[in-house]
Design a protein around this ligand. Structure first.
Ligand code: NAP
Length: 274
């Protein structure tokens, strides 16, 4: 009520609309988040919803989508969901169509899905693992961005975020091909951001460090692996998905209105670049 009143009345505090102080930076925006039924994607969907966006949840399994939508709806957020395996063209089409049908358009895309079918050094990767990794992690990120563009253009501006990894800067020895695929996303971010900058469409990237999710379970579940991994993190702990979703909310909000082509690292101090 306070937020609605502040928004309508344009009430400000220290030069900022009270509405945004209360956490409504994304009011009126529609966000599509891939791989958002668990882990980092779920946390991003939740945070964007908490900041006022209407959010389309998706992942490969219908029952995961139903569960995530149910949880977030019960938390008072405006979300809908649809099954979308990012490597299936018809699923991607259905994802964007769902957003338009339910919410009337799309302002934000967060491309978050990734796979890593094999463990090992980059030159040990099988051709099939390499193909799968590059198909899902890179090609589908490119296709999602390309296919969402007509919708974002209709809104005369918007924002795309790719979820990469700290491994894209400093390859993990056991995640060789995956690391290279995540490096490719930095290039995709740069190239797409330059093409779209004049249209008020910003393209940015997040490079998370090791975050406590199922995807990183091998690094935090056994005591030995945990100790080895923690020794690489100057802050001495794993990240929480909420520490990535807050970065994403910033990047897609007006608070980042002059930021495009950038990658924000959230890694607890793991080395990335100068
Ligand atoms: P997670 O907790 O294992 O969650 C994975 C999510 O992706 C689930 O919702 C899963 O649901 C969905 N999913 C998997 N494959 C999919 C596909 N092909 N199409 C659509 N949805 C798919 O993983 P996470 O750790 O949050 O990872 C999310 C992103 O963060 C990835 O890009 C990963 O590379 C990146 N990242 C993670 C870490 C980390 O330490 N966790 C670090 C750096 C970067 P369904 O099973 O229903 O499909």
């Amino acid at each position: 009520m306070l937020k609605v009143f502040a928004n309508q009345a344009g009430i400000t505090m220290n030069g900022r609309n009270l509405c945004s102080i209360a956490g409504s930076r994304l009011q009126g925006k529609v966000a599509v988040v891939t791989a958002s039924t668990d882990g980092i994607g779920y946390a991003i969907a939740e945070r964007l919803g908490q900041e006022g966006a209407k959010v389309v949840i998706s992942s490969r399994k219908e029952q995961n989508v139903a569960r995530a939508v149910d949880q977030l709806t019960k938390a008072g957020l405006d979300v809908t969901g649809v099954k979308c395996h990012v490597a299936t063209s018809a699923d991607r089409k259905a994802l964007f169509e769902k957003a338009v049908e339910k919410y009337g358009g799309i302002d934000i895309l967060v491309s978050n899905a990734a796979v890593n079918p094999e463990v090992g050094g980059v030159l040990e990767a099988s051709e099939s693992a390499w193909d799968k990794i590059f198909e899902v992690n890179v090609k589908c990120s490119f296709l999602l961005a390309k296919e969402v563009l007509p919708y974002i253009r209709q809104r005369k501006g918007g924002s795309i975020v790719f979820v990469s990894s700290i491994a894209g800067f400093q390859p993990f020895s056991l995640l060789g091909a995956y690391s290279v695929s995540k490096t490719a996303l930095f290039g995709l971010t740069k190239a797409a951001s330059q093409d779209l900058a004049s249209e008020n469409i910003r393209v940015n990237c997040i490079a998370p460090g090791i975050i406590k999710t199922k995807f990183a379970a091998a690094l935090h579940e056994s005591e030995v692996a945990k100790e080895t991994a923690l020794a690489q993190i100057p802050m001495g702990r794993f990240g929480d998905p909420k520490e990535i979703s807050s970065v994403c909310a910033f990047l897609v909000s007006n608070d980042a209105s002059f930021i495009t082509g950038e990658t924000i690292v959230a890694s607890g101090g793991m080395p990335s670049r100068l």
